[in-house]
Design a binder for this molecule. Structure first.
Ligand code: TXA
Ligand code: MG
Length: 343
């Protein structure tokens, strides 16, 4: 079983040594924990795919330390420079035209490479010590819930590697927002921790890229982030159901408006705050998964408008892009829309 190591110069040294020996380690980032390997080494990258059991048509993100010479690995555009200035280090991943030193296995043969400079101090220290790009997908087995704690990463991959660096619970809890930075206006390929409205402040014309079939991303595959027990989305807030059977588990947005609580549930944010909800989402799903009961989740409030009541959450809430990113994860993790009582 892997060791969870506290953040010390020794643990970083040990992790670096493993990375130089073409092994993989788990590193914390501000979004989710990542399974890191030398991003410019074919064998290390192959090892990542093997450990995750991830199909090789699914490209990886290269993580870089602050101040890294980007033009060593890709061709940065003016768009990318503006984005990086505004959001790095942080949860934004930018797609740029790759250079030849980036293995095709990293990009699945695509001409672009995804690059991100994470804000987490442990990730930064590891990257600085390693001195080059680390490829790192989320540290979960393919198709499963992304880990937001060291313990969750241990549960996912502990039997397949030696070292997990401890970095505490991930502050954001949702993966990075991915944008295509090759053109004069960025387009969003994956909704994530930075909401579209924040990017719009700098690029008013930023838009969501229509998913097109060549880009196959875990974030784009229909079934992803899935717990082992069935997860269903209800068509209206859980507070509107007269009966929530104890044989099932429930993921509540804020719990407001609930007359009685079911026996097994988690609340994403008492205050209905999207940031807090995002940071708790994957851990809450993981905990409910451990209960072994079918799980029902209610729509994220901004998505509930027009469907019915809002379970006590104010309509004006305007959760925006972060609410959409959360709903996106729930859509992919769930087996469709079903209501309690229909099982
Ligand atoms: O927050 C994050 O981004 C986390 C942490 C560990 O940094 N990483 C992460 O990696 O979520 P992963 O592998 O689970 O998701 C990476 C996404 C995938 O959807 C992949 O298809 C997409 O990035 N991607 C990578 N390179 C791409 C490319 N050249 N074109 C299109 N999509 C790309
Ligand atoms: Mg992932």
């Amino acid at each position: 079983m892997a060791d969870i190591l506290p953040f010390t110069p020794e643990s970083v040294h040990r992790a670096c040594k493993l990375l130089r020996g073409e092994q993989c380690v788990v590193m914390p980032t501000e979004t989710v924990y990542g399974l890191a390997g030398n991003g410019l080494c074919d064998r290390s990258v192959a090892r990542i795919f093997e450990i995750k059991q991830r199909p090789s048509f699914d490209p990886l993100i290269l993580h870089i330390p602050e101040g890294f010479g980007l033009s060593d690995i890709c061709n940065p555009t003016e768009t990318a420079r503006v984005l990086m200035e505004a959001f790095w280090p942080g949860p934004l991943t930018v797609l740029l035209e790759k250079k030849a030193c980036v293995p095709d296995l990293v990009t699945s043969g695509l001409p672009t490479v995804a690059v991100r400079c994470p804000a987490h101090p442990v990730a930064q220290e590891l990257l600085r010590s390693f001195g080059g790009p680390l490829a790192a997908p989320s540290a979960n087995r393919f198709g499963r819930i992304s880990p937001t704690t060291a313990q969750a990463a241990l549960e996912e991959l502990g039997d397949r590697l030696e070292v997990i660096l401890e970095g505490g619970p991930c502050e954001k809890g949702l993966e990075s927002t991915i944008v295509n930075g090759t053109g004069s206006t960025p387009t969003i390929l994956r909704k994530g921790a930075i909401p579209i409205e924040t990017i719009r402040e700098i690029f008013p014309d930023v838009s969501h890229d229509k998913p097109h079939h060549e880009v196959i991303a875990p974030g784009q595959l229909d079934s992803h982030y899935a717990p082992s027990t069935p997860l269903y989305r209800t068509d209206r807030p859980l507070a509107e159901f007269a009966l929530l059977p104890d044989s099932c588990a429930y993921l509540l947005w804020s719990g407001k408006g609930m007359k009685t609580m079911p026996s097994t549930y988690r609340i994403l944010s008492d205050q209905g705050d999207a940031k807090e909800a995002a940071s708790r989402l994957f851990q809450a799903l993981r905990e409910l998964d451990h209960e072994g009961k079918p799980i029902f989740c209610e729509p994220v409030p901004s998505h509930a408008e027009g469907i019915g009541g809002l379970g006590g959450v104010e309509k004006s809430g305007g959760l925006g892009g972060l609410g959409e990113a959360i709903q996106d994860r729930l859509n992919r993790a769930s087996g469709g829309i079903r209501n309690p009582g229909e099982l």
